[in-house]
Ligand binder design. Sequence first.
Ligand SMILES: Nc1ncnc2c1ncn2[C@@H]1O[C@H](COP(=O)(O)OP(=O)(O)OP(=O)(O)O)[C@@H](O)[C@H]1O
Length: 792
Amino acid sequence: MVIKFIPHLRVLSPSLLVTGFPSMKPGRTICFNGSIPVLNRVFPFKLKFLGLSPRFNGKLITRSLSTRPSRPRSRASSEFTPKIRGDVRASKSLIEDEAELSDWVGELRTDSFRGRLTSEDEELDADRQRNRVRSSDRKRNGVSVKWGRESEFDNFRESRKRETRGNFGDSISRKSRFSKRFDSELEDEDSGHDGEEDDESFSSRKSRGVKRENTKMDSRRGKRNERGLGSRNAGSGRRMGLGRKSNFHEEEHTDAGEEEKGQEMKGLENFLSGEDSDINATAEDDYIILRKKASSALGLEKDADQTVTSRSSQGKSESYLSETRFDQISISPLSLKGIKDAGYEKMTVVQEATLPVILKGKDVLAKAKTGTGKTVAFLLPSIEIVSKLPPVDRDVKRPPIHVLVICPTRELAIQAASEAKKLLKYHPSIGVQVVIGGTRLALEQKNLQANPCQILVATPGRLRDHLENTAGFATKLMGVKVLVLDEADRLLAMGFRKDIERIIAAVPKQRQTLLFSATVPDEVHQICHIALRRDHEFINTVQEGTEDTHSLVRQVHMVAPLDKQFSLLYVLLKEHIADDVDYKVLVFCTTAMVTKLVADVLRELNLNVREIHSRKSQSYRTRVSDEFRKSKGLILVTSDVSARGVDYPDVTLVLQLGMPSDREQYIHRLGRTGRKGKEGQGILLLAPWEENFLSCVKDLPITKAPLPPLDPETKKKVGRALSNVEMKSKESAYQAWLGYYNSDKNIGRDKYRLVELANEFSRSMGLDNPPAIPKLVLSKMGLRNIPGLRVR
Ligand SMILES: Nc1ncnc2c1ncn2[C@@H]1O[C@H](COP(=O)(O)OP(=O)(O)OP(=O)(O)O)[C@@H](O)[C@H]1O
């Protein structure tokens, strides 16, 4: 696959207005920064025994880049010819949602999965997969396995079914596949590390994507480098790539006004390219210039000076809110009323940055920190677009869906639909519906029939089910004007990519596409062309040189052997609870079954605990999620189903037990606290052999914290709690644990060591004799005949 990069690298500082100026070349990128960090701000924090020292990088410059693929967008429309069946009993999708991906990570991985996949391999595999998908028994399971022998897999799947109710094999297989690819890529990346990663040199950037862009750096940027300005851009690619074990596992208008903006833009381009006279302008000057342009784009020329003044006089506060009020911008009175009722007055920075661009019809890839209002940022302009379309005739048999929002998890889809409902309060003619896995397809079909909607929020797998099994659904999708991929990097990753490609093939080519996420690794720039037009804009509201995480969230890591971890977890939680009566804690675990085990233990220890993971029914997940949203004084033990996007207000602590699957997942998990500019705390508890993970997040301000003391009484208490936990829970956790770490490229490489560690985990649960594992599972994991394992 050939990917052509035309990097229109812009050096912007510290804040840039985002508009679609016609004079800009296609593929350009605009950065927006509406926030400037305050240095030396004092934050109260609560981890008594921790020596936390905030780390700031005061750089204000944002780098943005854009890629222009030479390859036309692929469309596999033939695959999406709707198969209308009388039988609404749907085939199960390849993947229901992220939960299955995350929770079953690695369980079936074998050494044979670890070879490097070339793009050719990938195509081949995609074909193989397509064929299998076509030929497999969809009625039974929907999809076949891409890796491994099908019959063997079927046996395994059947044995799996005996233990659980679902079919998870497909997602395991998919997970394995993308892990395989990126594991090999990471190996390359690691070995290619030049050891000069710093903020001062373009050439020192580690990330492959950035390096490539650098090689095609335009001459203007070269000039900036010569002038010593290149460093302002540098580092943007730093650690933006995959983590070590990635589960990454994806018309210009012309009128007089536009021309004027074009002139402005030219000035801006000159400024950016260093050809502007005053290249020594201060960051604040830059900010003012760019801010004025932002106000101008929003039609706020009159307020521009005022806005800038108030902003700069405020000091460089890192606020998620902009100074622009919703009532200052040109949106429909009905939307405005809805916004007011929702309690929103000012736009958040990302909303202010993206709205004018989206309303101009541009495709957008937007990056903004967690909890800063990205959902409204894509929903509001989408609603505005729909509200301007001619009303759909009531008699139309298959009323079109105009906006399609895809989310990687069910919880997130439900949440986005509910936000849309808030904004649509005074738009009685615009309907929104949600279709997600884990619910009855037939019921959704009925709802879609009875209540036509212009906005549909969906998880990828369920959307595919509807495409393939719901009569007239494909026709409805032909009305899509706006396609949104929320958590775009996740959706474009290998685990979802094929689904997304198929969904893209089912919506019109003439559409607007919006990609949003708090993390946009370089790989996303490379593959975003599968969804975005060539002239899309990358809007980055995260300042260059600042972290992707919030400065108000204290981040620490602790390193402790497994045999201490349950006790430590208990002590850390007790400490936190003692410090904050309104505690609200998320404990992230590596897999669904480990989540269950940890919840069981904490329950035995009389903590107020709930659990959520993919093995729970959707109705249970929804109930628990709602409860946690509204509660205080509660601990939610969770797998990665809660890692992304879920907006639980006022989470006081995010505790990650064991290493996350990659850097992005660490950031998203942590992002469940410190939302909307609030404070929060994050603790990452690692075993000594997981410490390597820290190299993936070394640009983040995570300090090492000492371990709290463990008294013998606590150890006894925890030991007793563990002994009360059901054996089955421990057995399942052991197997899932083994699968998870087997999929790590470092830990899983040495199977002997892996088994030793797994048995250490077993002992930490109080099981000196590790639980036996089915032969087939071991063979799928590539662990047959490894000493120390017990087979059944
Ligand atoms: N303009 C606004 N003013 C105040 N609050 C807002 C505004 N826009 C959105 N919010 C609120 O901010 C919170 C976070 O929004 P949202 O969940 O969209 O964040 P996000 O950026 O998508 O986070 P994540 O990256 O974790 O998905 C929500 O509670 C939302 O209701």
